[in-house]
Design a protein. Structure first.
Length: 199
């Protein structure tokens, strides 16, 4: 079932991302004005009561602000990977990763990152090679499979531009640097732009 060209699953994902944007804005209002809106918003990680308070208050405040941006970005990145996997799985049920739908360089790079992580001895983040691709590579996978994704997105150039924006925004979020105010706006617009690609 489709509504304005979107499937129910796409509408639910859009609703979830929109909700996270609103939650992020409410978190910011609570922090900036030192008020409690009684939203019962729980932090998922307990802070060490002995050592965490020794970290400079300014750094802790910055981390609190960045956590909302990370949550939005994490959700968007996971939903993009899921959309790509689900779409290509429907096109190649016997296994899209090895079917020629992904160019060899992207496969080699992703599988190399996967092996490097396994070799460190830590628990691998995933068993799926797509989870080891970056935004540039995800954009290439979409463009190289436009026969499938052309039915979902309205422009390959727009996909490329938005994926490049997301890749740029990912760096400060992933490397514990604060997002400038303009970049926060850019993140919010990029989320909206991504879903507009499917209209």
């Amino acid at each position: 079932m489709k509504h304005h060209g979107k499937t129910l699953e796409e509408l639910i994902k859009l609703f979830g991302i929109s909700n996270q944007l609103v939650e992020n804005d409410l978190d910011r209002v609570e922090r900036e004005f030192s008020i409690n809106l009684n939203r019962d918003h729980q932090k998922s990680l307990e802070k060490d009561p002995d050592y965490y308070p020794q970290i400079d208050q300014e750094i802790r405040q910055e981390a609190s602000v960045m956590s909302g941006h990370y949550e939005i970005f994490y959700s968007l990145e996971k939903s993009i990977r899921s959309l790509i996997s689900d779409t290509l799985e429907a096109a190649e049920p016997s296994g899209w990763w090895g079917s020629g739908r992904v160019v060899q360089k992207i496969k080699n790079d992703a599988e190399g990152r996967m092996k490097k992580e396994i070799d460190t001895g830590v628990t691998p983040r995933s068993n799926e090679p797509i989870d080891f691709t970056n935004f540039g590579e995800l954009g290439e996978i979409i463009k190289n499979n436009w026969d499938v994704f052309g039915a979902i997105f309205n422009s390959p150039k727009a996909v490329e531009r938005i994926m490049a924006n997301l890749n740029t925004l990912r760096a400060p979020i992933a490397h514990c640097s604060p997002l400038a105010e303009d970049e926060v706006v850019r993140l919010q617009l990029s989320v909206r732009d991504w879903y507009r690609l499917m209209e």
